[in-house]
Design a binder for this molecule. Structure first.
Ligand SMILES: NC(=O)c1ccc[n+]([C@@H]2O[C@H](COP(=O)([O-])OP(=O)(O)OC[C@H]3O[C@@H](n4cnc5c(N)ncnc54)[C@H](OP(=O)(O)O)[C@@H]3O)[C@@H](O)[C@H]2O)c1
Length: 363
């Protein structure tokens, strides 16, 4: 176990970042947290103080500045923020989680840009580096075991995965690479501030539920839709509190550094199970898996078209079926229990999503 760390954290105002802060502060580490917007910083401060954190003014300090120019800005930060040069560890969690390229060049701009500049900075000021990547850097995989190794360039489902893979290439052998599965809400409270990934599925079903309303002539328990995917495939969802605990536990063990870890669920839900949860929760039926690559059934009327439009959002989630090996993770932190994904957990995270209007109602 390491001594207390003095951590420079990027992305501390994000969904995972807030829980990384909780874990670091709760375990007595010091943190310099980067932020971009005052309102996001205030939200995070409010969230932390609700948990009685930080316990001293010394434990958490904030700094602002372009993380994409970190190497150029370091000298200025050292002048502006006395003590920041005492950090001994970098935990890089900031990222753009946009799946597809936007007009500003995101997610590539942030995900690769931050890596290039932080890599340069690390050449000048040696820090222990831990990087949050994603288990899905493997690209499209059907049911095969994905090892905790540097993957060759894969068949990426989106630019986000590609940007995270490109970033990993610059860190291999120089940093610990932590690859979470799809992160979902807190195992006890359901709290979440980023409703992407698994949530899109429930969000689409929720919208469909509202669109169907009392539509005449619609038998919602018999929608008669074949989904071209494999029912036994799995979606690797993992609660945010487990991810944060796992990341900080690995950071605290120097003998575990500079390796690759799948911070994934050892017993993830199958697509069949997830679909049964969607049907149960939103009282719909007649959605069946027809196997990967099965032909689409063309919608025959307005209602079926409406159902299909929502289903297409959902389909992407069922397309990729990797199974993640956790040998390194189990060796390092196998004693850390992973909260199970149960019906009541799904209800908890869906209730939370609906209460927060899937992030539209302010967090
Ligand atoms: N969510 C998932 O399912 C999932 C799964 C696997 C891996 N991950 C990885 O986990 C990490 C955290 O993701 P998350 O879900 O917590 O995302 P998030 O809620 O969107 O948080 C992203 C964080 O990065 C910061 N950020 C984004 N662009 C930035 C830039 N150009 N400069 C400086 N900071 C920037 C954001 O700052 P603001 O608060 O100012 O916007 C925020 O603090 C990421 O590396 C992501 O790739 C996420």
């Amino acid at each position: 176990m390491s001594d207390s760390m003095n951590v420079l954290l990027t992305g501390g105002t994000g969904f995972l970042g807030e829980y990384l802060l909780v874990e670091l502060l709760d375990r007595g580490h010091k943190v310099w947290a980067h932020y971009r917007s005052e309102s996001r910083k205030l939200d995070t401060i409010r969230f932390l103080s609700g948990l009685g954190l930080p316990r001293s003014a010394e434990a958490l300090k904030w700094f602002k500045g372009g993380i994409l120019e970190a190497d150029d800005q370091w000298g200025q930060w050292v002048e502006e923020y006395p003590g920041i040069d005492e950090v001994d560890t970098l935990l890089h969690s900031a990222a753009s989680t946009r799946l597809h390229m936007d007009e500003h060049g995101e997610p590539l701009k942030t995900n690769l840009g931050s890596t290039i500049t932080l890599r340069k900075l690390i050449d000048r000021i040696p820090l222990k580096v831990h990087v949050i990547s994603t288990a899905y850097v493997c690209g499209l995989v059907q049911g095969k075991l994905v090892k905790e190794v540097n993957h060759p360039r894969g068949d990426f489902v989106n630019v986000y995965e590609e940007s995270k893979w490109e970033a990993e290439q610059l860190w291999i052998d120089k940093a610990t690479i932590l690859r979470p599965g799809i992160i979902v809400g807190h195992s006890e409270t359901g709290r979440c501030t980023s409703f992407s990934g698994y949530y899109i599925l429930f969000q689409a079903a929720h919208l469909l539920d509202r669109l169907m309303g009392d539509a005449e002539g619609l038998d919602r328990l018999n929608l008669n839709i074949d989904i071209p995917a494999n029912p036994d495939g799995v979606t690797n969802v993992v609660p945010v509190d487990y991810v944060a605990k796992a990341v900080v536990s690995v950071m605290e063990r120097p003998e575990c550094h500079k390796k690759i870890y799948h911070i994934t669920h050892p017993a993830p839900p199958t697509h069949e199970w997830t679909l049964s949860q969607v049907c149960r929760r939103f009282k719909v039926g007649g959605l069946r898996f027809a196997g990967a690559g099965a032909p689409f059934t063309q919608p025959r009327n307005r209602i079926e078209r409406m159902v299909w439009r929502q289903m297409q959002t959902i389909l992407l989630h069922f397309a990729n079926n990797p199974v993640f090996d956790r040998s390194n993770t189990d060796r390092a932190i196998g004693d850390l229990a992973v909260p199970p994904v149960t019906s009541s957990f799904v209800d908890k995270i869906v209730d939370y999503g609906i209460e927060k209007e899937w992030g539209q109602a302010g967090l």
